[in-house]
Design a protein around this ligand. Structure first.
Ligand code: NDP
Length: 257
């Protein structure tokens, strides 16, 4: 039986990047509650220690790993250390990301590079390091890339972010195609707007309120709205699902403006 065919996540290991806040912290707890042991990765390791205590209180193991996804050596070393301690990986939630807001003509090169380096190249580094570990042992597994509805549609003043997330969707498909041979599935979640440190200022502004009213379901998302999608893509029920993009957005991308 492959690791993915196991009936119960118990003993399976999920690596979650960007686990120090927002959606990543929530994903790590959701996976732990579902029975996964967790590798929680981010730069702010002091925050990860609190998360690790919460996960251990749920009866699961948690390894906190300090990584900067923009630095390939940091990713490789961090995942190598985590592998030594956990002994296996099953799921990667490629979640670390940043958003910078600026008009296209005002985007500095630094802003552009920071967003692309984190959201796209960072996710690429993590996917490569994770898949190489699995390929070494011949074990299957899966990657869930956290994209965005801004990878499917565009909005004003987030050009670099939207481009990075569109590229994450294309990266998802490219990796799904190649990694199927290694029994590694690769899919993407494309969430709508969910209040976190990433967007709190905007969502609480008048412009945010105007946007909320245009969402067919008339509300922003909550982190728990993503739980079923995440657990589905990570789990055995999705054993034949690869290269897919699951949009969870209350219908936000549906209407014409
Ligand atoms: P947060 O700002 O709350 O969390 C971002 C996380 O990414 C933090 O844990 C941060 O950790 C980590 N991170 C950022 N840069 C790096 C880096 N260089 N190396 C390692 N970790 C890094 O935002 P969200 O939780 O909202 O965002 C999580 C993901 O979800 C992002 O990819 C975002 O684009 C995506 N998303 C969010 C939506 C939303 O509405 N909130 C909607 C659609 C997608 P640290 O600073 O400690 O390193």
């Amino acid at each position: 039986m492959t690791q993915e065919a196991s009936q119960n996540p118990s003993g399976r290991v999920a690596v979650v990047t960007g686990a120090s806040s927002g959606l990543g912290r929530h994903f790590a707890l959701t996976l732990a509650k579902a029975g996964y042991d967790v590798v929680a990765a981010a730069r702010r390791t002091e925050r990860l220690k609190d998360l690790a205590q919460e996960i251990e209180a749920l009866g699961r193991r948690c390894e906190a790993v300090g990584i900067d996804v923009t630095e390939v050596a940091s990713v490789t070393e961090g995942l190598e250390n985590a592998w030594r301690r956990m002994g296996r990986f099953d799921v990667l939630v490629n979640n670390a990301g940043i958003a910078l807001s600026a008009k296209a003509l005002d985007h500095s090169d630094d802003d552009w590079n920071q967003v692309i380096d984190t959201n796209l190249t960072g996710a690429w580094h993590c996917a490569q390091a994770f898949a190489r570990k699995l390929a070494e042992t011949g074990a299957g597994g899966c990657i869930v890339n956290v994209a965005s509805i801004l990878g499917l549609r565009v909005a004003g003043q987030v050009a670099a972010y939207a481009v990075s997330k569109a590229a994450v969707i294309q990266m998802t498909k490219a990796l799904a195609l190649e990694l199927a041979q290694q029994n590694i599935r690769v899919n993407a979640l494309a969430p709508g707007y969910i209040e976190t440190d990433l967007n709190r200022g905007f969502l609480q502004s008048d412009a945010g309120e105007r946007m909320r009213r245009k969402i067919p379901m008339k509300r922003f998302g909550r982190p728990e709205d993503l739980d079923a999608g995440l657990l589905f893509l990570a789990g055995e029920g999705a054993g034949y699902v690869t290269g897919s993009v699951l949009t969870i957005d209350g219908g936000h991308v549906l209407p014409l403006p």
